[in-house]
Design a protein around this ligand. Structure first.
Ligand code: SER
Length: 583
């Protein structure tokens, strides 16, 4: 079965079981701006898991484009992917364990025709926070999984980050038929015999910053099934790279290569797809945050093209081939083909220059070391080449070898690790922030963002459109289209107008309607991104009307005083405002 058939079967199955199919949210979060990328199907649904009403009802299903980059440097082995698709179904306080497990079992065994003997499951073993999930185990037994293939594990608990909705989960495993690696081999073992295929989270708790758990108003189910993995298993393949999702590009790379290296081929194929998906959803390379991830993906791909000795003139053909292969699943790749090419090729040219520049710096450092009578380039210099010039350390190593000088790679690796730990902490912080910090302050900033958006349109004109938004507990940041720097007077006018609307203490109301009605009503919104058929429209007095998932404050009087701290350029044709609320 092809990936697209699995996707369609999944969505149809849940549609036939009373679920509404909702579109994939963009890979770059729209209303959850403080996370880098969407990393799970539940992420765009957090407000609804916490009790907001979803306009499409309380049973939902979708395919969600996801990107996880924690271990970007591990891609290239046979299982890690950065970009992947997650199929999911959700109960927002509708059904719970029984229905969820029964549907999963039926889908796997009847729709995908997986023999029951191939399935094992794990349930939560219990800890001081929550009891062992005997109920889930009982239901599994009832549907037909024998007791000896039901395991209890402590790890069966799911939460995104450290704070937020969470709960025990039950995971389904596919037995590849490989022999057990040891007597005690079970789904917890990563020898490759058992592959996790689906995770159903019984999200009935909320974990707070201080570590305590409280029960949520509603008992939710959040499930996630990794499409690439399922495709690989059903096709009897060892890796996703042998499925139709990657096979054409892998073959082409093999044709073009002058040096054989399977790991490099996988890296090129994987990073190219991931980069294309990010760009199609509006991402652009830069030196920070998600732009930096995209930059790393593209640059790593180019390094491995070099390693395979494939001419960089081929990049464009590889993009064409990938668009062609994936356009049925992701029409956005075809729609954005020219942009994708432009962005990747531009980044490629920059990187080629970086490499040339780095090479010059390398020779300076090598000559200096030799002049000082040393036969080794110190770790700080290697790190500087990497950090400042973007020069990959393995290239430094290769050049050193060619030039009869050593490099202190051990020292470099230490520095690199320190640096990586710091940036990982940074992105974990971000992830946590995005999902969890749905508190009074961020909600207030969210409403202030709507006021700002409308005020900008009134003062500057209707050409103003949101192109990005980022909220922390400290401030809001709003990017919008506008061709030139705002004048002091314009900034003052916008600030005054927002404060006026706060003082008027306007009511904030929410209505559900069809997407077409919302558009007709004059509501603004990100019309470039996908919405479901029914949407929520937030209205602030008679001032602002915007399509949005919420939540918001109930009246503007609670916002305090609004102050614009900064107006600056974000990128060409896009301005950025940072503003705060002072209580
Ligand atoms: N949120 C869970 C996961 O990502 C189930 O969808 O595994």
């Amino acid at each position: 079965m092809k990936a697209i058939e699995i996707r369609n079967k999944f969505l149809n199955y849940f549609k036939n079981h009373d679920h509404k199919i909702i579109p994939s949210a963009p890979l770059i979060p729209v209303n959850d701006p403080s996370v880098l990328f969407t990393t799970a199907g539940m992420q765009p649904l957090v407000p609804y898991l916490l009790g907001e009403k979803h306009p499409e009802g309380n049973k939902l299903t979708d395919y969600q484009k996801c990107l996880r980059t924690n271990d970007i440097d591990e891609v290239g082995d046979n299982r890690h992917l950065t970009y992947f698709e997650m199929l999911g179904n959700w109960s927002l306080g509708a059904y719970f364990k029984e229905e969820s497990i029964k549907m999963s079992f039926e889908f796997l065994t009847k729709e995908l025709n997986i023999p029951v003997e191939k399935l094992s499951v794990t349930c939560f073993a219990g800890n001081e926070d929550a009891p062992r999930d005997d109920e889930a185990a009982r239901i599994w037994e009832e549907v037909g999984i024998p007791k000896e293939r039901i395991y209890f594990l402590k790890e069966n608990w799911w939460i995104a980050g450290e704070e937020g909705p969470c709960g025990p989960d039950t995971e389904m495993f596919y037995d590849t038929g490989k022999p057990k690696c040891s007597e005690g081999c079970n789904p917890d073992c990563d020898c490759g015999k058992y592959v996790e295929i689906w995770n159903n989270v019984f999200m009935k708790y909320f974990k707070h910053k201080d570590g305590t758990l409280t029960e949520l108003k509603q008992h939710n189910v959040d499930t996630g099934l990794g499409l690439e993995r399922m495709t690989m298993l059903l096709q009897g393949k060892e890796t996703p790279f042998e499925t139709e999702l990657f096979e054409p590009i892998m073959k082409k790379i093999e044709e073009l290569q002058k040096v054989d290296n399977i790991q490099s081929r996988r890296i090129v194929a994987e990073h190219l797809r991931a980069s294309m998906m990010i760009i199609a959803d509006g991402g652009r390379p830069s030196n920070i945050d998600r732009g930096y991830i995209l930059r790393r993906l593209i640059r790593r791909m180019i390094r491995h093209l070099n390693k395979l000795q494939i001419s960089l003139n081929e990049t464009e053909n590889l993009i064409d081939l990938n668009v062609d292969n994936l356009k049925e699943m992701y029409p956005e790749l075809l729609e954005n083909k020219e942009t994708i090419k432009q962005v990747i090729l531009e980044e490629q040219n920059k990187f080629v220059k970086t490499l040339e520049h780095g090479e010059r710096e390398f020779f300076k450092a090598a000559n200096k070391a030799k002049a000082e009578g040393k036969d080794v380039i110190d770790s700080e210099t290697v790190f500087k080449l990497y950090d400042t010039y973007g020069f990959p350390p393995e290239v430094t190593e290769e050049l050193a070898e060619e030039n009869n000088i050593k490099v202190d790679m051990e020292g470099f690796n230490k520095l690199f690790k320190e640096h990586q730990d710091k940036s990982r902490q940074g992105s974990e912080q971000k992830f946590k922030g995005g999902l969890a910090e749905q508190n009074e302050t961020t909600i207030a900033y969210h409403t202030a963002t709507h006021l700002l958006h409308e005020a900008l349109r009134e003062v500057l004109g209707d050409h103003v459109k949101q192109s990005g938004s980022n909220i922390t507990t400290e401030r809001l940041r709003f990017d919008f289209t506008h061709p030139q720097k705002m004048t002091k007077e314009e900034i003052q006018k916008v600030e005054d107008l927002v404060n006026e609307k706060i003082q008027e203490d306007l009511p904030v109301t929410c209505e559900e309607m069809s997407y077409d009605d919302a558009k007709k009503s004059g509501a603004i919104g990100l019309f470039t991104s996908k919405y479901g058929d029914r949407v929520k429209v937030y209205t602030i007095g008679n001032f602002s009307k915007e399509i949005c998932g919420g939540p918001h404050v109930t009246h503007t009087g609670v916002l305090g005083k609004f102050k614009i701290k900064k107006e600056e350029s974000s990128s060409s044709g896009v301005r950025r405002i940072k503003a705060v609320l002072i209580k």
